[in-house]
Design a protein. Structure first.
Length: 202
């Protein structure tokens, strides 16, 4: 019985996430309330507050669901290192771009997150701005041993390398989400990842 209850709770959580993504995509995160999400999912307000304390946590969960496998691979790369760190990062970026190009759910999540970054009420403590800072810090941490090994361009620091990669990838994401026809992303993921590495590689 306990197992069935746990499975039911997880199904409810996933259904709430699906309903939230649908409403966020249609109206924008700012115009959607948790009560509306509960109604869309056929759940009670108590159910949504049981799973998510606020809209910000729900958005973060949507991100985690969409990108968790790649994020874990990157975290492992940061923590465990690699004998070919730039090649490993290039492979991860290529894999991510391919997911963005081919997976509708991932694009939906990124469109919603992009709208959310400028919403003050969703950028309080532990908000989405903090999430962006965490990405930047993780990339900097990745590049620090790469800098010490002498793999970066002369004069390029770990912090600047992280900024170059992050801003370049974010820019590509924004252009792609605004108009998927602007670039044939699916067939160019490997080339783009190679170019990103050339920007920082010695």
């Amino acid at each position: 019985m306990a197992r069935r209850t746990k499975e039911d709770a997880e199904k409810t959580r996933l259904h709430l996430l699906e309903s939230a993504l649908k409403l966020f995509s249609e109206k924008g995160p700012a115009k959607v309330t948790l009560a509306e999400i509960a109604r869309e999912a056929g759940a009670t307000r108590g159910a949504i507050y049981w799973h998510f304390k606020d809209k910000n946590e729900l958005l973060t969960c949507l991100w985690d669901e969409a990108i968790a496998p790649l994020e874990k691979s990157f975290d492992d790369l940061v923590e465990l290192g690699s004998v070919q760190p730039l090649e490993s990062l290039e492979s991860l970026i290529s894999e991510f771009l391919l997911q963005l190009a081919t997976d509708t759910h991932t694009r939906q999540v990124f469109r919603v997150l992009e709208q959310s970054f400028n919403m003050q009420e969703l950028n309080e403590e532990h908000g989405l701005v903090q999430l962006r800072c965490q990405w930047s810090e993780s990339l900097t941490k990745f590049f620090q041993p790469v800098e010490k090994m002498g793999f970066l361009r002369d004069g390029l620091t770990a912090e600047i390398a992280a900024f170059l990669i992050m801003s370049s990838v974010e820019g590509l994401i924004s252009y792609h989400l605004a108009d998927e026809r602007c670039i044939q992303l699916e067939s160019n993921t490997r080339l783009l990842a190679q170019i990103y590495m050339q920007m920082v590689r010695k």
